[in-house]
Design a protein around this ligand. Structure first.
Ligand SMILES: Cc1ncc(COP(=O)(O)O)c(C=O)c1O
Length: 353
């Protein structure tokens, strides 16, 4: 039996012995009884890194995003976003239920929400007292659906100007913003300056087991901390979690360049077999079209798992393959070899009608 290689997500990043040690040794208090020193240190560090007045540690990316919606919007209003973002795919129920707002998603070709698309989203509904009013503009960076593609700070600044002209604040779901930063050399603060609030995850490519941060103006973050309590997200001795996040910020940002190089190598090797096509990844994810194998993506995922490689089903013809902490070059080569075997085992498509 081959050792399985799990390349479905960067949430499976290896938790290193050093990270486990700093968690075990963390200085803790009670975040809800006078404060937890490690959590406070993390929040100050995040505010500094992101160039915002304040930051709030939360248990998950979803919670940070939902708190952002809660503090920016009124019930019955609408959030303008892209149909391919996480908020639309995976958080629409939470958004409707927790915050009572609706999404107005546009369909961009590349995950870049432009001023033109923003105008179209606002204009396509008749705006009257009866209808919902736009209250927030939402971007995601990197864009998960498009394999961790990066939205440039110039595009974000253009969107920011257009949003402000309409009196709308902007939130960035920056679950993988550190990947964008390492890929482009744009700092986290430069990206964050193009939005009012930003959420960054520690439990994706940064390699912590859990946690996220929401950063923004002090008054909004103070209100978010109240809603965090309402939603049951108040944490007591959270320093054990915050220590992992602090370690990740210090040790696991620069190394993302390795993941990006591994993703590029993985794609380069994969497409040597003509059954696969994939665009060059901008960060840590390869979105591979597997239709040349003759399999659906669901069947390919099962066949790959049997061959010892777990990949994620993406669309009917695509799978997502993610480079992450714990996956080195040898693992990449081994994984691609096994995926090629899956393709080579299928009857040739040549001659099929
Ligand atoms: C872009 C993006 N935003 C938010 C989230 C939610 O993060 P979490 O799983 O920590 O709730 C994810 C999770 O994969 C994501 O990919």
């Amino acid at each position: 039996m081959l050792a399985p290689i799990d390349l479905r997500s960067d949430t499976l990043s290896a938790i290193t012995p050093q990270m486990r040690r700093v968690m075990a040794d963390a200085e803790v208090g009670d975040d809800l009884y006078g404060g937890d020193p490690t959590t406070q240190r993390l929040e100050r560090r995040c505010a500094e890194l992101l160039g915002k007045e304040a930051a709030l540690f939360t248990a998950s990316g979803t919670l940070s995003n939902q708190l952002a919606i809660r503090v920016h919007t009124d019930r019955g209003s609408e959030v303008i976003t892209d149909a391919k973002y996480h908020i639309n795919f995976f958080e629409s129920a939470a958004t409707a239920d927790l915050c009572g707002v609706v999404l107005n998603p546009v369909d961009s070709p590349d995950g870049i929400l432009t001023p033109r698309l923003l105008d179209a989203a606002v204009d396509r509904k008749r705006r009257a007292r009866l209808t919902s009013a736009p209250s927030l503009v939402w971007v995601e960076n990197t864009v998960n659906y498009f394999g961790g593609s990066v939205i440039s700070v110039t595009d974000l600044a253009d969107l920011r100007a257009a949003s402000l002209a309409k009196g709308l604040p902007t939130h960035m779901d920056g679950a993988r913003l550190p990947n964008a930063s390492v890929a482009t050399g744009t700092t986290l603060a430069e990206y964050a300056a193009t939005v009012d609030t930003v959420a960054v995850s520690f439990a994706k490519a940064l390699g912590a087991p859990f946690g996220s941060v929401l950063a923004g103006p002090a008054e909004l973050i103070e209100r978010a901390s109240v809603y965090r309590l309402w939603y049951g997200g108040g944490l007591h001795q959270s320093g054990f979690m915050a220590a992992a996040a602090l370690y990740a910020l210090e040790h696991n940002i620069d190394r993302l360049a390795e993941d990006h190089a591994h993703a590029r190598l993985l794609r380069e090797l994969l497409v040597e077999n003509p059954a696969f096509t994939a665009p060059e990844p901008e960060t840590n994810m390869v979105i591979a079209d597997i239709s040349g194998t003759g399999l659906t993506s669901a069947a390919f995922v099962s066949a790959a798992a049997e061959a010892g490689v777990k990949v994620a089903r993406w669309t009917d013809t695509q799978v997502r393959i993610v480079a992450r902490l714990g996956v080195d070059e040898a693992v990449v080569r081994d994984a691609v070899r096994r995926l090629h075997q899956v393709a080579d085992r299928q009857p040739s498509l040549a001659g099929k009608p």
